[in-house]
Design a protein. Structure first.
Length: 268
C-alpha cells in the first residue's frame, strides 16, 4: 500500500473538539508528510475562515475541502475549485418547522458563521456572529449558503424526529458530526464525493488516499478511499467503516496513523 494523499477531519481528529490547537506530535507528522511529498488536506465541516493559522501552514495541499464537501478551495487565495450550495429557502422552511427552546440553528457562508444560540456561546476557535432572528438573516443573506445545522440544548428529544423528516428530502445530504447536532448540505456535498473530486484534481487513484476521521459525517469519506482510519474517540458507527482504529485525539491517534500507515517505509 502506497499512500500519496491523506485527507482528514479536523475537530476531534487533529485537535480536540473546541480546542483549536494541534499537538506538537500532530504538527511533526504533518511536517514529515510535507518533506516526503505527501499531500495532506483537511476535509472538514469548517469554512475557510475558521481554520487556525498553524494548521494552514502545516498542511501540504493546493486544495482544502470545506463544510463537509460543500466546496473545495485554495486555502491561501480562496479560489474555488468546486462547490455545491444548499437552498436557503429550504433551510428556512425546516428551521421554522423545528423551533423550540431546546433547539438553536447555525448557518455557514463563505465569509460568516452565524447562529441564534440564546446563550451566545461558541468554541473560541470558531468565530461566530450571534443573531436573534436567523430567519431574517436567511431571507436577506445575499451570498451562497454553504451549510446549515440544528443544535440541541439540554435535550436530544427532538433529534430523531428532525432526522426522520430531513432524511426524506432527497435533495439534501444529512449527517451528524456531533451527538448534539444535525448538519444539512446539498445532496452533492458530502465528504466522500469531495474526496473523489480532490483525488481527480490531483490525478490520483482513490487507492492512493488515506482518510482519518472521528464523526458519523466522516463515514462517506472513509468509504471512498483505499485505506480508512477511525480515531479511538470516533463513534462506533464510524469504526464500522474503518480498516483500522488508532488512538484517540488526546493520544495523538492522527500522528500514529501517519507514521504507521503512510511513512513507515520512507526515508525522510
Amino acid at each position: 500500500m502506497t499512500i500519496k494523499m491523506v485527507v482528514f477531519d479536523v475537530d476531534g481528529t487533529v485537535f480536540p473538539i473546541g480546542k483549536g490547537q494541534c499537538s506538537e506530535k500532530t504538527l511533526q507528522a504533518l511536517e514529515a508528510c510535507k518533506k516526503a511529498g505527501i499531500i495532506t488536506s483537511p476535509c472538514s465541516g469548517r469554512s475557510i475562515f475558521m481554520f487556525p493559522e498553524h494548521l494552514r501552514k502545516a498542511i501540504n495541499t493546493r486544495y482544502v475541502i470545506y463544510c463537509n464537501g460543500a466546496y473545495i478551495a485554495d486555502p491561501v487565495t480562496g479560489e474555488i475549485a468546486n462547490s455545491n450550495m444548499v437552498d436557503a429557502e429550504k433551510v428556512e422552511h425546516y428551521f421554522r418547522m423545528f423551533s423550540d427552546e431546546t433547539i438553536y440553528h447555525k448557518i455557514s457562508t463563505f465569509t460568516r458563521f452565524i447562529d441564534d444560540n440564546p446563550d451566545k456561546k461558541a468554541p473560541e476557535s470558531i468565530p461566530t456572529i450571534f443573531v436573534d432572528d436567523i430567519y431574517e438573516v436567511l431571507e436577506n443573506l445575499g451570498e451562497p449558503l454553504v451549510k446549515a445545522e440544528f443544535f440541541f440544548r439540554k435535550s436530544l428529544e427532538w433529534k430523531p424526529r428532525i432526522l426522520e423528516v430531513l432524511n426524506k428530502d432527497k435533495d439534501l445530504a444529512i449527517s451528524c458530526a456531533l451527538p448534539d447536532n444535525i448538519e444539512i448540505n446539498n445532496l452533492n456535498a458530502t465528504k466522500g464525493q469531495a474526496v473523489r473530486k480532490l483525488a481527480e484534481l490531483y490525478g490520483l487513484s482513490l487507492d492512493e488516499v488515506m482518510a482519518v476521521g472521528d464523526g458519523d459525517n466522516d463515514a462517506s469519506m472513509l468509504d471512498a478511499v483505499g485505506w480508512a482510519v477511525a480515531m479511538g474517540n470516533g463513534t462506533e458507527t464510524l469504526k464500522q467503516h474503518a480498516d483500522a482504529v488508532v488512538g484517540s485525539v488526546e493520544e495523538d491517534g492522527f500522528a500514529e496513523a501517519i507514521w504507521k500507515y503512510v511513512l513507515q517505509n520512507r526515508k525522510l
